[in-house]
Design a protein around this ligand. Sequence first.
Ligand SMILES: [Zn+2]
Ligand SMILES: [Zn+2]
Length: 252
Amino acid sequence: MKIDLHVHAKERSACGESGEEEMLRAAVAYGLDGLVFTDHHRFISLDRLEELNRKYAPFRVFGGIEISVDEGEDVLVLGARDSKLETRDWSYARLFAFVRERGGYLALAHPFRYHDRITVDIDTYPPDAIELHSKNTGACDAPLILAVLERLKLPPICNSDAHRAEHVGVYYNQLAREPGDERELIQILKAGEYTCASMEKRIAAINREVEERERLIRGMIARGQSRDDYRRETGHWPGHYDRVAEGKSYRI
Ligand SMILES: [Zn+2]
Ligand SMILES: [Zn+2]
């Protein structure tokens, strides 16, 4: 079963560009078998989840959440549905205890995206996995992530972190067996019964777009133009500019 564990929908994520049904139709068209909506501090309702599962069966839809912790990392959580997770004042240690108490699953999303180190204590509180690839994990960060995975003996997960339907499933996880429900999905992930996979042609197309954009940004930086100029002139998210200014790239 091919599943993308990190997908946003504009119904719940302010940064989302595609609606949940647009995401689901794209995921089906790209050949995925399931996805997890992990909106920022928001769960999809159980009623809506049931409705979408009925409508898109045999495609599977799950509801997780992405939490920005106080220390500045983003954490994906599955199997710990509680409205407390929809609030914004979580330290990583508190979140870790909360999820563990409920038998849930947690994974560090796109580390090194905004920092040159991991800002939470994963040595004391090791997550179940770390995201090695996504639309928002630069290929230039992969060696750093691989070194952490190796040191802590943790498995990678690979997802899209799609905010737009055309990105869903560019990276995904190939599960060894089909989970009956969310509990079983977590068991499969915790047991490491999956492999990371990707859709190479789509990734190459994304990288062509990124290279063109970053060439423009390097030109703006050379001319002394700021991130606000970038936002004003292109209408794009200034995080693109910041990443180039830091000497990194969003090439995936
Ligand atoms: Zn977002
Ligand atoms: Zn995300």
